[in-house]
Design a protein around this ligand. Sequence first.
Ligand SMILES: [Zn+2]
Ligand SMILES: [Zn+2]
Length: 217
Amino acid sequence: MFDRHRRLAESIETFDVEKKEIFYSALNIHGHVCGGMPLGFAAGLAALEALDLPRQRNMDTVAIMEIGNAHAAGCFSDGVQFATGCTFGKGVMRKEPKGKWSFRLLHIPTGRAVRLQVRNEVLDGMFAGPFITEYRMKGIKPTDIPEAVADPGATRPFGMDPAAMFVVEGPFEVEVPKKKPCFERVICTGCGATVAENYAHYAESRPYCVDCTPYGS
Ligand SMILES: [Zn+2]
Ligand SMILES: [Zn+2]
């Protein structure tokens, strides 16, 4: 697996050393070779470029995905996550599921945002390819699809002109509510669990977790 991923990452001529490393990591963490994740990776790079931002290592930029659940090519979100650095764990990637291959990228300190949507023809091409028609639609898992079928789709987005793949709207200026992270913890009176204080509910001045909070309180 690692050799194959390394080979794929190294084969992308438009990538510098850093992008190859990140894409190699992306393949490893994503777990299988597909077309959706790399398309999202290319989309993430295009959105960063539109905002003139480098890959984000902290929590300054939020990706709001319009991808839905339980449909093909949802792997797109992982590509956006890995390319932009807007990860689920840092709390800077979230889904507003609409079943669309699009997302907004918002830079919190400046309030600048872009919206990116994959062009219909790109999705037409991906959905007509053998990876989906010959294998995925027949219930074959991505890891069981031959390399000769899967690998070309995993590098194809990086050989294409981003403008031909994506519609990028913006940058726009948007209002961003400033939020500070909560460092306080409380112990739930009901179950004894540690709860981040900004998630605690209080009854008679005693803290409760969401699970121990009766409806309506
Ligand atoms: Zn995938
Ligand atoms: Zn509780």
